[in-house]
Design a protein around this ligand. Structure first.
Ligand code: ADP
Length: 296
């Protein structure tokens, strides 16, 4: 089964006529309150795709807790490893302007207070670990180290973009980045050719590296193969959560024992389907919807 160690937030989103300038107040529309955080999003995507999923993370005991956990609970994710801390539940304050431009302030709250000591000591029963970059780096690094030592396959979505952590990379089996995050990793190395940049990362630990390319699909390199997958054609309405859906569904496929090419294919279809509906977790497809799209 899949263990996700990551962030969980409540997202407060408001449409406004423009992003407020410093010192300015703008009047927006009705607030939309929804569950978010890359960790929770990816756990929900994997569970909806059919994987047994356990989430390890941290929330507070305030009014935002229930909102933050709503999607995880509905998708049937095991929350026995969730820690309730004496800190506010993580919050993302999102302003969206016409045309989709946004400004986001994240109040990490409980996510920032999780410590390596709170990671599960016994990883028995888990085959795969899925990580992102929204927890304290020492927690993510220690989770990867322990999982690697215990024989789990470690998937790491290096989002949001930042300078890579060599120790984390060394314990990662499958690295997933978008183009922006790839640029952060490839800075100063390997030249402008994307496939060369991806292949250069293979030398730093991972046995597979995937770069997601939005409407252009994805590219995955392993030491002996390259998988180029075109995007599944859709008319995008809201691309929020496409990357999280891709990562969760990829992990779910690998947990189910699918060959890498099949898991990547399903992940791409799921990412595309998530673009056809508004929101992040609310837009994620079920296993039945992914299957229906795959079989056309
Ligand atoms: P992120 O959300 O992290 O920026 P991407 O935009 O690369 O990630 O999207 C992740 C995946 O979702 C892509 O690899 C692709 O499979 C799918 N996807 C994203 N945008 C589209 C789109 N406009 N049309 C079809 N598929 C898409």
């Amino acid at each position: 089964s899949l263990l996700v160690v990551g962030s969980v937030n409540a997202d407060l989103t408001v449409q406004a006529p423009r992003i407020p300038a410093p010192g300015e107040t703008v009047l927006g529309g009705d607030v939309r309150v929804s569950p978010g955080g890359k960790g929770a999003n990816q756990a929900v995507a994997a569970a909806l795709a059919g994987a047994p999923v356990t989430f390890c993370g941290a929330a507070g005991h305030d009014a935002f807790r229930e909102i933050a956990l709503r999607g995880l609970t509905r998708a049937g994710v095991d929350l026995a490893r969730l820690h309730t801390l004496d800190a506010p539940t993580g919050l993302a304050l999102i302003t969206v302007a016409p045309g989709g431009e946004n400004a986001i302030t994240v109040a990490s709250g409980a996510n920032a207070h999780l410590t390596p000591a709170q990671l599960p000591g016994d990883l028995g029963g888990f085959t795969h670990l899925l990580l992102q970059g929204e927890l304290p780096p020492e927690v993510t690094r220690e989770a990867a180290r322990r999982a690697h030592a215990a024989g789990l396959t470690v998937l790491h979505n290096a989002a949001p973009a930042r300078t890579p952590d060599p120790a984390l990379l060394a314990h990662t089996h499958h690295l997933i980045v978008n183009e922006h995050e790839l640029a952060a990793f490839a800075a100063g190395r390997a030249g402008p050719d994307r496939e060369a940049q991806v292949r250069a990362l293979l030398g730093r630990g991972p046995g597979a590296v995937t770069v997601t390319l939005g409407a252009r699909g994805s590219l995955t390199a392993t030491p002996d193969a390259t998988f180029r997958l075109p995007a599944f054609p859709v008319t995008p309405l809201d691309t929020t959560g496409a990357g999280d859906t891709f990562c969760g569904v990829l992990a779910a496929g690998l947990v189910a024992g699918q060959p890498l090419a099949d898991a990547l294919h399903a992940a791409g279809v799921a990412g595309a389907l998530a673009c056809t509906r508004p929101g992040a977790q609310d837009a994620m497809p079920t296993r039945a919807e992914i299957r229906a799209a795959l079989t056309g």
